[in-house]
Design a protein around this ligand. Structure first.
Ligand code: ZN
Length: 341
């Protein structure tokens, strides 16, 4: 009951990359960089195990950014000529690579860190990939001229890598789709179908993470415009409830998401955000347990998985570490409180 995990990313140590940044520069290159990525991955696996989490991940230590890490291994994408583009419905500008010809995987994308992580933990291993719709929102299209066509091209490539990750021994493959909260109607119309294409044929657990973004200023400013009730999930959850995806990761603590929207996910496992990533204040175990208690009004306890609201990448390492501990301690308290009812 209440198996704990993080949404995905963790801060990179200062010797691996720039800190407190969403698109950090690496500190080294070549073999030295590969070694540093491996060291950071093992460090965070140990930290997650020590904190007492049930499901661990590589903390995305081997990718610069959660979307572009995947794109670097795709033929048909020009990384040498990035262009400035407003992403997430123009919420903020990013330098994005361009799609210039038909897409094809050059080879494995995440074999190195997935196999390394698998070899060094006996815990359940979760691995994250960007969702197809979010990828489409984070590249400039100079070839397909049709969003839906391009989204399914990416979904096919994601599926190839996901099947290979499953063969590496990954237990849970999670697709990150923050774009589902921005383009709600498109998400319900074709975003979920593209997601299912990306997960086609997987027999491991499949998941999707939908959030209101990292704790960066552009996101907190955006959230302040969304009013008292954030109902974005209401459009896409029914489509997900009817989909083949097993688990849904959502924001809860300190958000304005009406918790009863979780009812729309009947039949799915729900990864409930009980740790805020937009604040450096570390949650108390009581606060975490209270949030789990609130979610229990709408999610059966065997389907509730305590999690973080989003990734912890741009945070201070020490704060992230203490948040992992708060997640585990708060969940222990929740088990004491709620296991008997
Ligand atoms: Zn997120």
């Amino acid at each position: 009951m209440f198996e704990t995990s993080i949404a995905g990313s963790l801060p990179k140590p200062a010797w691996l990359a720039e800190t407190n940044k969403l698109w950090p520069q690496w500190r080294s290159e070549g073999a030295a960089l590969l070694q540093a990525k491996a060291d950071a991955t093992l460090l965070w696996i140990k930290a997650q195990e020590d904190a007492g989490l049930d499901i661990v991940s590589d903390g995305e230590q081997s990718r610069q950014h959660f979307v572009h890490g995947f794109l670097e291994q795709i033929e048909g994408i020009d990384f040498d000529h990035k262009v400035k583009m407003g992403i997430r419905n123009n919420r903020y500008d990013a330098m994005v690579p361009q799609v210039v010809s038909a897409l094809r995987l050059k080879g494995r994308v995440h074999a190195f860190e997935a196999q390394l992580a698998r070899a060094h933990t006996k815990k359940k291993l979760k691995f994250t990939l960007p969702g197809p719709m979010t990828i489409v929102d984070t590249v400039a299209d100079r070839f397909y001229g049709d969003k839906v066509k391009m989204v399914f091209a990416f979904a096919e490539l994601l599926n190839q890598e996901a099947l290979a990750l499953q063969a590496d021994g990954v237990d849970i493959i999670q697709f990150d789709e923050p774009a589902f909260n921005v383009y709600m109607k498109d998400a319900a119309d074709w975003g979920v179908k593209a997601l299912e294409r990306a997960a086609q044929g997987l027999t491991c657990t499949t998941a999707v993470h939908i959030c209101y973004g990292y704790g960066i200023k552009a996101n907190t400013d955006w959230k302040s415009t969304l009013g008292d009730e954030w109902r974005q999930y209401e459009t896409v959850f029914p489509a997900l409830a009817h989909s083949s995806i097993d688990q849904v990761s959502l924001e809860c603590i300190h958000s304005h998401v009406p918790p009863d929207l979780m009812k729309l996910l009947a039949g799915k496992d729900v990864m409930v955000g009980v740790i805020d990533v937009a604040s450096d204040v570390v949650e108390t175990p009581e606060e975490v347990a209270d949030t789990i208690g609130l979610a229990l009004e709408f999610v059966p306890k065997e389907r509730l998985f305590p999690c973080t609201n989003c990734g912890l990448a741009p945070m201070e390492r020490e704060v992230a570490l203490r948040k992992l501990q708060a997640l585990a301690e708060g969940t222990r308290l929740a088990k004491e409180r709620f296991s008997k009812d």
